[in-house]
Design a protein around this ligand. Structure first.
Ligand code: WT7
Length: 670
């Protein structure tokens, strides 16, 4: 197992450049207190930290009572065989019952659960009562197709209500789902079907992407020709686009509207053990075969429901919540399907992209539904920044009261833009750090409690134990840097990697004894607040200094001409690595002569001369995965003049040709 380069000069320790830069970023002492009215009515107050610190397990046992159990658990945590955790092990419950039926039983059947906004502009409002009928029908249909508790079901759908309904129907039957992002290729789908040994695939004829239907079913047909997928006996196909040329395999393929449509709309949910598998979700990582992250039932639902309630201050009677993620990512699992619906929220589900048919589409949706809580990713915020302030300014965004961020470190510049242009300078921003593996949020401000700082995820949530350690696993003092670790088990933690306990141990639990290694660099500021610095593999070593890619990117984006930046370390004979920066300029900025020098000087001034990029390359686009993470591996290949590796997970592989074409001429050497 490799953890990247030797980082024996523990990240950011002592007097190296990183501490100076953090001080720089903080020099304006920007702190934002919670709005008084929000603080006065907040779901969670500072007392939660004290309660959880005094009795962590008691705290989680209390949170588990947010759920409706068929058998109440008497045990909270069984950690007798670490790192294999059991939470609430003697409890039994049904996840779909908790997310749907119980709200109807509580008289909330007429409340809208999902406001669906299709990419072509079609809409559908689904109440909890309707959702109960739809989920019941789908569960009955899956039963007819032979799906029983324990069988794995692959879900490969666009962002349509059937995606949520399918997940809940699987959960209702105790059949673990494996949602595969609809943008993935037939190969990626086949690998995941094979690894989980899925028996049924739920898909659609297609979905809408930038105004046009985009087929999905052909990728399933192709995937099912590949070895290891022979056990798939049924393909359930939602008709979304109505394309006429859908290839059909008789005896295997069945239309959703045929089989689901004719089922009874009642279904009695069975209670499952708290540790019954709920889903497998594959995370690609940068190398190796994808890891099937396994989540189970009671602990997972407890933590996603609690964090959704606490971090967004959700008031289910009045809030309209919108998470822009795709259900193919863990954010969509935990904060579109399970957390919000367990809490009886009303939420928006949007099929399309932020710029189709125009760059104001998101803000139009916020205005239309009166969205009060928005949860999105820094990459999207930076894209909106690039398109210009005048676009959100055209819409009434005054309903927004809490803004969330997730997926990567949010640079202070984007944070400030989000606050000012989307949050009217008053909605608190919750920068939530977590992972597919953690299942739910782990570090985040609380909107009614925390004085927020642009760019910091700040501190572990109540009931979560996290810190920053150096290479020898020693906790670093305030002001120090190193690796983020989780020091106590948490309810929504992954239970293992599907079919590979050893890889689970090696990847997460062997770097520091008894601690979960998250793979992220982090530092503590003088107040003890935590700042995430990106993946450990992304830290650069320049002339003996550890420099974080995130910090150089933040410095670049703080220049008025830069909209977005990606920084990599390229092998360098003199300095071990040299810093190579790829930048996207803001709409109006010209790529003139002095620009590269100006940007280098700007970084030098912000972070110190050692952090000056050796090369700065203005580019039109950056290579990103479909979840918005920059593929630094590809940029390193370019920076080191290598042939490109696998580009199959890129959103747009043409991007790399454009970047490579730029390389020789735009380089600036010292
Ligand atoms: C990695 C996990 C969590 C859902 C989406 C991503 C990075 C995530 C933050 C944040 C800094 C963040 C980390 C983490 N990350 N949120 N608020 N600040 N970094 O899930 O694909 O499993 O990725 O995303 O590097 O380890 P994922």
């Amino acid at each position: 197992m490799s953890y990247g380069r030797d980082t024996s000069h523990a990240l950011g320790m002592g007097d190296d450049v990183s501490n100076e830069s953090l001080a720089n970023l903080l020099k304006e002492e920007r702190r934002f207190a919670p709005p008084a009215d929000l603080a006065a009515n907040a779901n969670v107050t500072a007392a939660a930290y004290e309660q959880a610190a005094a009795d962590r397990l008691g705290f989680w046992a209390a949170q588990a009572r947010r759920l409706t159990w068929a058998t109440e658990p008497t045990e909270t945590l069984d950690w007798s065989n670490p790192p294999f955790a059991k939470w609430f092990a003697d409890g039994k419950l049904n996840v779909a019952y908790n997310c749907v039926d119980r709200h109807v039983e509580n008289g909330l059947g007429d409340r809208v659960a999902i406001h669906f906004e299709g990419e072509p502009g079609d809409t559908r409002a689904i109440t909890y009562a309707e959702l109960q009928r739809e989920v019941s029908r789908a569960a009955n249909a899956l039963t007819e197709l032979g799906v029983a508790a324990g069988d794995r079901v692959a879900i490969y759908l666009p962002m349509i209500p059937e995606a949520v309904i399918a997940m809940l129907a699987c959960a209702r039957l105790g059949a673990p789902h494996s949602v595969v992002f609809g943008g993935f290729s037939a190969d990626a789908l086949a690998t995941r079907i094979n690894d989980a040994d899925a028996r049924v695939v739920i898909t659609a004829d297609g979905g809408y992407r930038r105004g046009k239907p985009s087929a999905l079913k052909p990728a399933v047909d192709e995937a099912l020709t590949k070895p290891g997928t022979e056990n798939v006996r049924s393909v359930l196909v939602v008709r979304r686009t109505g394309q006429e040329d859908v290839a059909w395999t008789e005896g295997r393929d069945v239309w959703w509207h045929d089989i689901v449509g004719r089922q009874s709309d009642t279904h009695t949910p069975e209670a499952f053990d708290a540790e019954h598998p709920l889903f497998i979700l594959y995370t690609s990582g940068t190398t190796g075969k994808p890891k099937g992250i396994l989540h189970t039932t009671g602990g997972y639902l407890t933590q996603v429901a609690y964090t959704h309630h606490a971090v967004f201050d959700l008031k289910p009677e009045t809030d309209v919540y919108w998470c822009t993620a795709d259900v193919g990512w863990v954010t969509g699992h935990s904060y579109i399907t399970y957390g919000p619906l367990a809490n009886g929220a009303t939420e928006v589900l949007y099929e399309g992209t932020p710029d189709s048919p125009h760059q104001g589409r998101w803000w139009e949706i916020v205005q239309k539904y009166g969205v009060t809580i928005l949860y999105t990713a820094p990459t999207a915020i930076r894209a909106c920044m690039k398109w210009g302030d005048d676009i959100p300014a055209k819409y009434d965004l005054s309903s927004l009261r809490v803004l969330g961020s997730v997926g990567e470190p949010i640079n202070p510049e984007a944070w400030m833009w989000y606050r000012k242009h989307i949050g009217a300078d008053q909605a608190p921003i919750v920068d939530t750090w977590w992972q597919t593996e953690t299942g739910g949020m782990m570090l985040s401000p609380l909107p009614g409690v925390t004085e927020t700082k642009p760019g910091s995820a700040q501190r572990p949530l109540p009931g979560i134990a996290a810190t920053v350690v150096d290479d020898e696993a020693r906790e670093v003092p305030d002001g120090g840097g190193g690796y983020l670790v989780l020091t106590e088990p948490w309810p929504s933690m992954l239970r293992t990697i599907w079919g590979d306990d050893q890889r689970y141990l090696d990847t997460y639990w062997s770097r520091f004894e008894g601690k979960y290694f998250a793979g992220d660099g982090a530092k503590k500021d003088e107040d003890g607040d935590i700042w995430l610095l990106g993946r450990v593999d992304d830290v650069m070593l320049v002339s003996g200094h550890n420099i974080s890619t995130t910090e150089v990117e933040s410095a670049l984006v703080s220049h008025p001409k830069v909209a977005e930046a990606a920084v990599v370390g390229a092998t360098d004979p003199q300095t071990t690595q040299s810093i190579c920066a790829f930048v996207i300029l803001r709409g109006s900025a010209a790529e003139d002569e002095g620009l590269v020098e100006e940007l280098r000087a700007h970084v030098g001034k912000q972070l110190g001369p050692i952090a000056k990029p050796k090369r700065v390359l203005p580019v039109a686009e950056l290579p990103k995965t479909r979840s918005g993470k920059i593929m630094r591996r590809l940029l390193r290949d370019v920076a080191e003049n290598r042939d490109l590796g696998d580009v199959s997970t890129l959103t747009d592989s043409g991007v790399m040709d454009l970047i490579q074409a730029k390389l020789p001429s735009a380089a600036s050497e010292d």
